[in-house]
Design a protein around this ligand. Structure first.
Ligand SMILES: [Cu+2]
Length: 362
């Protein structure tokens, strides 16, 4: 919940900072700026550009996960290590139940984006991510019982998957717009990250880390979507679906589950430069098929069938689009709270996310 304070500070800063430029229509005129012409900052590929226009963007996202859920009920580490079966049981040294439990995870993502419109009906978009993951665990001693052996933390960081997409105009009446998203996700990150762990035997080997800590899918995956937006004088709205489809196994013999995001948002324009938004996102990710033979252990994250997520998030945010001499610059912030989730578990529960983004078009 540390994100709430940051968000409140940004809200206060925006509220106090904007009156000074309220009447600054600049050289471009006040009608050229409309903060809500972009979706809330957590939505990607939401807008198109005019022919010849470029945009560069940077987003920072941080996600907090804490505690475990099975389905939508919380499950304690003691219960996990005494009742949850270990799929690797029967292999040398493998206990019948899970013995290592993730307690919390932080995922930080730096996203770089570039957009360019060769025509009014096509905008090209390239995105790259740099990831920084850390996960805290508890290890239980031996093959049974509830004696804790100790804690350990693993961390991975590096470039994740990139994407190249085309946004294709399907409809534009001025106030309402619709476009298709057609792209491909590129395996520009590593699927073979390693870290030191604490095993139930007390040994501390360096092993290939489980799936949630890897940086990439390892596959070329089609991305498809539809994005709609509209506005009236002071209200804006929109909806988007975006899916990533995994079609082949990677070099490590597995494929991540398909992923879908469905978004709906409403915004209110206080003045041309400033809008506030409320957004709902439904996120769905399927289980992994196949299995990396190098990822094995009495821990839920190593199990391909304990990866699926169905989650509803609610977000509030602000968009600010500069006018006058800073015309072309935008800043957006969003605080995202997970309100409901169902996990093929045990699996770490998502708490909240904070997203801050800076955009410059010219
Ligand atoms: Cu753009």
């Amino acid at each position: 919940m540390r994100h709430i304070r940051l968000f409140a500070a940004a809200l206060a800063a925006a509220t106090f900072a904007t009156p000074g430029i309220a009447d600054d229509s600049g050289h471009n005129g006040p009608l050229n700026v409309r903060a809500d012409s972009h979706a809330p900052i957590g939505v990607m590929a939401d807008h198109m550009h005019k022919r010849g226009e470029w945009m560069f963007s940077y987003r920072f996202m941080t996600m907090n996960m804490q505690g475990n859920l099975k389905g939508s009920s919380s499950i304690s580490p003691d219960t996990i290590v005494t009742t949850e079966p270990n799929r690797f049981f029967g292999m040398p040294g493998m206990p019948p139940t899970l013995r290592i439990v993730p307690l919390e995870m932080t995922m930080d993502m730096h996203m770089l984006g570039m957009m360019y419109a060769p025509s009014d009906s096509l905008t090209l978009m390239v995105m790259a991510n740099y990831l920084d993951n850390s996960m805290q665990h508890v290890t239980y001693a031996g093959g049974m019982g509830t004696d804790e052996l100790g804690n350990f933390k693993t961390g991975t960081s590096g470039w994740g998957d990139s994407s190249v997409s085309g946004l294709v105009r399907l409809f534009d009446s001025g106030p309402t717009k619709l476009h298709a998203i057609i792209g491909v996700s590129l395996p520009t990150g590593s699927t073979e990250e390693r870290a030191r762990i604490l095993a139930p035997t007390g040994m501390t080997p360096v092993v290939r880390v489980p799936y949630p800590m890897q940086l990439s899918s390892g596959t070329y995956d089609p991305i498809l979507g539809l994005s709609y937006s509209g506005n009236s004088e002071s209200l804006g709205w929109g909806a988007q679906w975006r899916g990533t489809f995994r079609t082949t196994k990677n070099d490590d013999d597995y494929q991540l589950g398909d992923q879908h995001r469905v978004n709906a948002w409403l915004s209110y324009l206080f003045r041309p430069e400033l809008s506030a938004s409320a957004r709902l996102e439904y996120f769905r990710r399927d289980n992994i098929s196949g299995l990396d033979p190098m990822i094995m252990g009495p821990v839920q994250t190593a199990d391909p069938d304990r990866q699926a997520v169905r989650r509803l998030d609610a977000a509030i945010g602000l968009n600010y689009a500069a006018s006058g001499t800073l015309y072309g610059w935008r800043i957006g912030i969003e605080y995202v709270l997970a309100v409901d989730q169902e996990l093929d578990g045990p699996q770490l529960e998502t708490d909240d996310q904070l997203i801050i983004g800076l955009q410059k078009s010219f």
